[in-house]
Design a protein around this ligand. Structure first.
Ligand code: P6P
Length: 343
């Protein structure tokens, strides 16, 4: 019986298209999938094995960690540190990059991840996910420093997310479009279910946390007011609003039916660059959205062009259907000077 194309088969067939590919990257991706399957199982069983709730600890962001944040982070480390494909890894849940233990061989890639994005939803059984970004380790660097991780999003060789929702899905890009795979638990394999995903150019759906409205910059206020004005407003159409408080779920919805997601800068101290982290949230999601024909911008600059200055730096995020993002970027200035053109 044809079970469909497994993710492993898909990756190997992708590898064959790359002259000189050694198979290291393919093997690394397979190890990432294994980690995501393990996290999916942990998330699915949460309430049954006492791993919901707070770990009573804080991460570098000053956010209270859930038990599953720490478990998911450990699963990623245990699945990847021994493989010989990585020179180092960095995570939302760790202050500094984690070096590969001396007992293991080192590889040519770096991985950055948010092991359980949206984890505030975990105790109320809403969708959460894992986001990952893969970079090349600079040539000749055995023990990467933080600076070696600070590469712009355009340097990513791969980005993906696992979505732990009604079904567990894995969405991946290696720079040749975006493909979605659904976990078939009966065989333990991710099966190609959403080939060649594309973000619709236009939308009638916006996603933003409205409770922050009084803190938003003027261009965001203008755009959202126009959405709320509906068919009698500047865009001559009625909009719907969604906010899941899980970036993975929002991005997946936009990949599936279009939309615009915004987590803007705001006037609160410490929120000058919004909430989302550049290296392991905004950049991987921007790579995926752009590869699917969408756009991803800070309002002043294409997100993947941002020159990173810190491992956990935050960046304003406006991403989704290209035409809608272009409107919001336009409200931030003419959208043309200072390299602010939407890519
Ligand atoms: P708020 C989850 O904590 C996250 O980093 C993103 O996944 C999500 O989009 C955002 O924060 C939600 O933030 O302020 O609405 O709780």
């Amino acid at each position: 019986m044809d079970q469909g194309t497994t993710l492993t088969q898909f990756i190997i067939e992708e590898q064959r298209r790359i002259p000189g590919a050694t198979g290291d990257f393919t093997s690394l991706l397979n190890d990432i999938l294994t980690a995501c399957k393990k996290i999916s199982c942990a998330v699915n069983r949460g309430g049954l094995i006492g791993i919901l709730g707070s770990a009573e600890t804080e991460n570098v962001q000053g956010e209270t960690q859930k038990k599953l944040d720490i478990i998911s982070n450990d699963v990623m480390i245990e699945a990847l540190d021994w493989t010989g494909h990585l020179a180092g890894m960095a995570s939302e849940e760790m202050d500094d990059p984690l070096p590969i233990p001396d007992m293991y061989p080192k590889g040519k890639y770096l991985i950055l991840f948010d092991p359980l994005d949206g984890s505030s939803n975990i105790d109320v059984n809403l969708s959460v996910g894992t986001i990952f970004s893969v970079l090349r380790c600079p040539e000749g660097v055995e023990n990467p420093s933080v600076e070696d991780f600070l590469q712009p999003g355009t340097e990513q060789v791969c980005a993906g997310y696992a979505l732990y929702g009604p079904s567990t899905m894995l969405v991946l890009t290696t720079g040749h479009g975006v493909n979605g795979f659904t976990l078939d638990r009966s065989i333990g394999e991710f099966i190609l279910s959403h080939p060649d995903m594309k973000v619709p150019e236009t939308t009638r759906e916006f996603a933003i946390n409205m409770s922050n409205q009084r803190f938003w910059p003027a261009p965001i206020k203008r755009y959202v007011d126009e959405c709320l004005a509906g068919e009698h407003g500047a865009h001559n159409k009625n909009y719907n609003m969604r906010w899941v408080a899980s970036m993975v779920a929002e991005v997946h919805r936009i990949l599936t039916r279009g939309g615009i997601f915004m987590y803007p800068a705001d006037s609160r101290p410490g929120s000058e660059n919004g909430k989302l982290r550049l290296m392991y949230e905004a950049n991987p999601m921007s790579f995926i959205i752009e590869q699917a024909g969408g756009a991803s911008h800070t309002g002043r600059q294409r997100i993947m062009d941002v020159k990173p200055e810190g491992l956990h730096q935050r960046v304003p995020v406006i991403l989704g259907s290209r035409e809608e993002v272009e409107v919001v970027v336009g409200y931030h200035g003419d959208g043309k000077d200072g390299g602010r053109e939407v890519a």
